[in-house]
Write a protein that binds this ligand. Structure first.
Ligand SMILES: [Mg+2]
Length: 107
C-alpha cells in the first residue's frame, strides 16, 4: 500500500516535471505553493457544501471536499518528494511515528 502510494506520487512528480518549463529548483518551490492552492480548493468546497456563499449556494458536496482533501495530501507528498528526493517515504514514515508517539493511545 505504502509502496503503491509512493509509486503514484513519483509518477505524478515525473509527469509534472516532464512538461514543466522551469528549473527543478523552481518546480520544488511551485509544488510547495501548490499546496496552498489546493487548500483553497478545500475551503471553497466546504463553503459550497455548507451553502454559505449566497451567490453560489450549495455548489459542492462533501464528496467534493473529500476529493480536494486528497488533492492537498497528494500535492504535499509530491512536494515532499521534491524537497527530499532520496528519502521522502522514510522521512514521512519517521515523522508519522513521531506524531504517533505524541498521540494518546486509546485505553
Ligand atoms: Mg484540487
Amino acid at each position: 500500500m505504502d509502496d503503491d502510494m509512493w509509486q503514484t506520487v513519483d509518477a505524478v512528480a515525473d509527469w509534472l516535471a516532464a512538461s514543466s518549463p522551469v528549473s527543478a529548483e523552481m518546480q520544488k518551490v511551485l509544488q510547495i505553493l501548490k499546496i496552498t492552492e489546493e487548500a483553497g480548493e478545500v475551503a471553497e468546497a466546504v463553503i459550497g457544501a455548507m451553502g454559505t456563499n449566497p451567490r453560489k449556494g450549495f455548489s459542492h458536496d462533501w464528496d467534493d471536499v473529500t476529493d480536494e482533501l486528497c488533492d492537498v495530501i497528494v500535492t504535499a507528498l509530491v512536494a515532499l518528494g521534491r524537497v527530499r528526493p532520496d528519502d521522502a517515504p522514510q522521512t514521512f514514515r519517521h515523522h508519522l511515528r513521531q506524531i504517533a508517539a505524541r498521540c494518546p493511545t486509546p485505553s
